[in-house]
Design a protein around this ligand. Sequence first.
Ligand code: NAD
Length: 257
Amino acid sequence: MKRLENKVILITGGASGLGLAAAEKAAEEGASLFLVDMNEEKLQEAAEKLKQHGTQVEAVKADVTNEEEVKQFVETCVSTFGRIDGFFNNAGIEGKQNLTEDYGTDEFAKVVDVNLNGVFYGMKYVLKEMKKQGAGSIVNAASVGGIRGVGSQSGYAASKHGVVGLTRNSGVEYGEFNVRINAIAPGAIMTDMVRGSLKQMAGDDWESFGEQFVQANPSKRFGKPEEVGALVVFLLSDESTFINGSVITIDGGQSAK
Ligand code: NAD
């Protein structure tokens, strides 16, 4: 039996990077998928690709910073599929890098709005459903930047440390309802987000800059989105039923240093 057979998995930020990689792994494992993203074009492309696995895929354009839209897509997922077994609460942005004294106040608010408020709204409405069902698993996207200092990322660091706090708090609250809430803390995984930040730091020379940058990682390479997708599927599946309130790093050893 496939690991997510008969399970309904909701993924925000599902059109790209880690969200899409997790969706692909989940489709291979037999899940029905409800994808959310604010980039409609990439979302439709992703949905078409995922349907080739023979799985049912619904795709809805929404902005996770809009609480009403979050409430709506959670309701639509339940009315379409009848339930939500797993939720990868993943949509996020990095924001412009800068020293704290130069970090834009608007930039700070924007990054926190997507990465922390958006994650909170998702948890709020999905947890209500999972509690009613008496089962469910949520995986929040934190980051190595949510468990240690990386520098130049005030908004990102604040939001991701916040995600870790939300995860632990809700893990304590919902364990008795058979609902688990965990977070993943990826290091540098090669997605559009990381390509964007390398370009911000090094311009046209970003690829060779990236090669140098990654030498500081014990594994001397960037992570692959599918490696994160595999972890997410494990946490959403019934193979991880005693893991709750945990923050799991996936960073090639970066945070072990
Ligand atoms: P990505 O840019 O490839 O994908 C993010 C997706 O989220 C995009 O499709 C984007 O359209 C969507 N999105 C952004 N804001 C949204 C909003 N307000 N509403 C709905 N959708 C929105 O990035 P990624 O690397 O796949 O990152 C996914 C998550 O993983 C993020 O939360 C990120 O912070 C976290 N993360 C990534 C890395 C990494 O190295 N790639 C490391 C640590 C944590």
